[in-house]
Design a protein around this ligand. Structure first.
Ligand SMILES: [Zn+2]
Length: 289
């Protein structure tokens, strides 16, 4: 029998040889996305935008509601493809209906119709989603899977840098108003602590909050910081992360762990031990010695 000297653990390595990933997720598609996207593009940071296609072009200026003086009008359909170019567009329900508060048929309509609209408008497939009001349960998750969504973001956050086990209940690291936001960024980008525990830094919110709370400079500070510390970090949209992690999780192993088969369409990299990094190409079986 072959003499063993240690066990093994394969650690995901993101595209480009990066050990960490950063992503952002913003909801509701209000006109403040325009200014926010300018900032994102200036600092070369990718985000996912969760849109209600039933509300495009809706003027919601000075209406009564939680923020009576805030303009929460929605972007126009015609500007969507160019405005969000380079970022991901994901579903957020046709009219932001509560996923747990409407019947199954209505929920299916809200999700499918939104998805069809967004795909027609952008010419791209829409496979991501954020739960309106953060509301979900097991039945809602199944409806979303049936509607063709491959992940769904909730509103709860973890304060951590883990990759979620269940992408249909994807908790971010922090909302951008988290008082620890910048210290989380410093921790994530820094070399202290256990590097293998720092996988994914995920920030979410609504761009109208920057206007409401006067925090445009604060979010720019975060983007600037992340841009300045981009070495070793993969800047990706939500769906890019899901697809890559799912490919990593789909790797198949021989019984002794030394043969690794990649049945996916993505080249997948992983680290085994301290310094050995391997890449398995699509369809390839790698034999590690
Ligand atoms: Zn929303």
């Amino acid at each position: 029998m072959k003499q063993r000297t240690s066990g093994f653990l394969d650690d995901i390595i993101f595209p480009g040889g990066n050990t960490k990933a950063f992503t952002m997720s913003y909801d509701d598609g209000t006109v403040h996305d325009r200014r926010f996207i300018e900032l994102l593009n200036r600092y070369h940071i990718k985000a996912t935008f969760n849109l209600n296609s039933g509300f495009f072009g809706l003027e919601r200026k000075n209406q009564s509601g939680p923020f009576p003086d805030l303009d929460i009008s929605v972007v126009d359909e015609a500007e969507v493809p160019l405005l969000y170019a380079g970022h991901e567009i994901a579903g957020h329900g046709l009219t932001h209906a509560s996923p747990t508060g409407v019947g199954t048929a209505h929920l299916l309509y809200e999700t499918i119709e939104d998805r069809a609209n967004l795909e027609r408008i952008t010419g791209k497939m829409v496979r991501g989603y954020a739960y309106p009001f953060g509301q979900y349960n097991e039945k809602v998750k199944q409806v979303l899977r049936d509607a063709g969504y491959h992940y769904a973001r909730v509103v709860d956050t973890t304060g951590k840098f883990d990759i979620p086990q269940d992408f249909m209940e994807w908790k971010g690291t922090a909302h951008h108003n988290d008082e620890k936001l910048l210290s989380l960024a410093e921790d994530f980008c820094g070399n202290g602590g256990f590097g293998f525990m720092k996988k994914l830094f995920y920030v979410w919110g609504h761009s109208y909050e920057f206007e409401k709370d006067g925090t445009w400079e604060k979010i720019e500070e975060l983007l600037q910081f992340m841009d300045a510390h981009r070495e070793g970090i993969w800047f990706a949209t939500n769906i890019e992360i899901v697809d890559y992690v799912n490919a990593f999780r789909a790797l198949e192993y021989g019984a002794e762990g030394e043969m690794v088969y990649n049945p996916t369409a993505f080249a997948v990299s992983f680290r085994r031990g301290f310094n050995n990094i391997y890449t398995v190409r699509p369809g390839e079986t790698l034999v590690l010695s």
